[in-house]
Design a protein around this ligand. Sequence first.
Ligand SMILES: Cc1cc2nc3c(=O)[nH]c(=O)nc-3n(C[C@H](O)[C@H](O)[C@H](O)COP(=O)(O)O)c2cc1C
Length: 162
Amino acid sequence: MELKKAIFERRSIRQFKPKLVERSKLIEIIKAGLQAPSSDNLQPYRFIVILNKKAIEKIFSFAPWGQFAANAPSAVAIVIEKDNKWAETDAALLTENMLLRAWELGIGSCFVGEINKESVGKFLGLRENEEIFTVLPFGYGEYTSELWPVKKKVENCVEFVE
Ligand SMILES: Cc1cc2nc3c(=O)[nH]c(=O)nc-3n(C[C@H](O)[C@H](O)[C@H](O)COP(=O)(O)O)c2cc1C
């Protein structure tokens, strides 16, 4: 898929079909994340792929606005290093790469911002120096155009300085 098409057509998916996402595709998605820029190229992150239905339900029970994600057949926790001041920025950049590559592969996802990171971290047994950035649900999506979000128009948010 052309990059522009993926950027312009990607949308958050909050309804998932039960069909499992192939492990190879989840790896492809993570590989795309790993190509993102990171400060000093330190790449202060790792990933936990969750395929267990009960574990997915438990994780998203810690997300007040992420209940929909409990129905996803898979999820990827993005784990960052606490002592790296750019870790969140780096993780945000890799997240968008992952969302775009997933979209290209026909797989839907949605950023889940409101999630109790401490509870999820405990549940996943993170190390002392690690914390959860977010957990992305992944699944083959159900999408209806009614959910299409309104985006800012370029003429309303761009200023040129000459
Ligand atoms: C930092 C951040 C936090 C978000 N948290 C949630 C969330 O907790 N629950 C949810 O349903 N969507 C969440 N979203 C998805 C946004 O609602 C979505 O990206 C926005 O409405 C634009 O829609 P689009 O992704 O289809 O372009 C989050 C997105 C971002 C970037």
